[in-house]
Write a protein that binds this ligand. Structure first.
Ligand code: AVJ
Length: 324
């Protein structure tokens, strides 16, 4: 007798959901926050009074744009600005405008996982700063980085803003920085935005806003699973919870089950059981200081050669180069 076996391939998202919700303790990755709805909620987050990160980095760019531009183009040499996770480019446009103003020779290569985001960025740049030579690239950081060939060895400035690195645990951050380091020539720079340790209350408030926008952002993960995997998470039966540990500088987000409940995920043919007050860990947002940043750099074959901070010293942009 012949038997036909239908093998249905699971996407990475599906695999990760299965793994994360059958593990103990349960977890889901924050990289899945960003579907179209998640992108829109993150835009709202950046405008919240409690979420100081974006405003601080914007202030640094506004105030230090001259020095930053001079550093990128030392001696007037042409450079390629590669931005990992470009988003709407609001902060980067401050720099691009300054480069144009100083008549620098450069290319801008935004890399983002979302086609939608890249198209929006390219279109707005064409309207606002048409002088910029934009070469967008769609993909994950790693895919895109691997493909970054050494086009005629033009000096590369790799930008990673918004404390996006904070979503990685230290050992993952080091692996990531090592990957970047391997692609860097002696002359290249890594320009990286890091949120700093500060009053723990200020940090907690940034991830636990009064209006519930961060809660909606966190719960969007469950809502994505509902729509994309035919699941029945009741969002009202989960609570957004944020903790910040000032000793380690780690902010962690959770979704906590308010009661004993079972959730059915049709597409995965999986029933997930929740005990009362059981957690799903969803995000880490690491906060840094000079010592921890220096350590990350050192372990990745990089060294800090310059830095820029805002008036309140809430945020820092570190400039790294490869150690020979
Ligand atoms: C985009 C990763 C920098 O961790 O601060 C905002 C995402 N999460 N509020 C951060 C986020 C909750 C954000 N990053």
């Amino acid at each position: 007798m012949q038997e036909t076996i239908f093998e249905i391939k699971e996407t990475q998202f599906e695999k990760d959901v299965r793994k994360g919700l059958t593990d103990f303790p349960k977890h889901l990755s924050s990289k899945y926050f960003y579907d179209q709805k998640g992108d829109a909620i993150f835009q709202q987050i950046m405008h919240m009074p409690e979420y100081y990160l974006t405003g601080c980095e914007y202030q640094i760019f506004k105030e230090k744009k001259y020095e930053i531009a001079q550093m990128f183009a030392v001696g007037g040499q042409p450079f390629k600005l590669i931005e990992l996770g470009a988003g709407d480019g609001k902060k980067t446009k401050v720099l691009l405008q300054e480069f144009v103003h100083q008549n620098l020779s450069f290319k801008y290569q935004p890399i983002d996982i979302s086609h939608h985001v890249l198209e929006g960025l390219e279109k707005s740049l064409l309207e606002e700063i048409p002088q910029v030579n934009v070469v967008p690239k769609q993909g994950t950081y790693f895919e895109a980085l691997k493909e970054l060939s050494d086009e005629n060895r033009m000096r590369k400035i790799i930008m990673f803003l918004g404390s996006n690195i904070g979503n990685l645990l230290d050992h993952q951050a080091i692996l990531f920085l090592k990957d970047v380091q391997k692609l860097m020539n002696t002359n290249d720079l890594l320009f990286i935005g890091c949120d700093l340790k500060k009053n723990p209350q200020t940090i907690l408030d940034a991830y636990n806003d009064a209006s519930g926008i961060t809660e909606a952002f966190n719960k969007n993960l469950l809502s994505r699973i509902n729509t994309e995997m035919d699941a029945d998470f009741d969002l009202d039966e989960f609570k957004h919870w944020e903790v910040y540990n000032p000793e380690t500088g780690t902010a962690k987000s959770y979704l906590v089950s308010k009661k004993a409940q079972k959730v059915r995920i049709g597409l995965l043919d999986l029933t997930v059981n929740f005990e009362p007050w059981e957690t799903i860990h969803t995000e880490i947002s690491q906060k840094y200081d000079d010592t921890s940043m220096k350590r990350l750099a050192q372990e990745s074959g990089l060294e800090i050669c310059d830095e820029f901070t805002d008036e309140q010293r809430y945020f820092k942009n570190y400039v790294l180069k490869t150690v020979r």
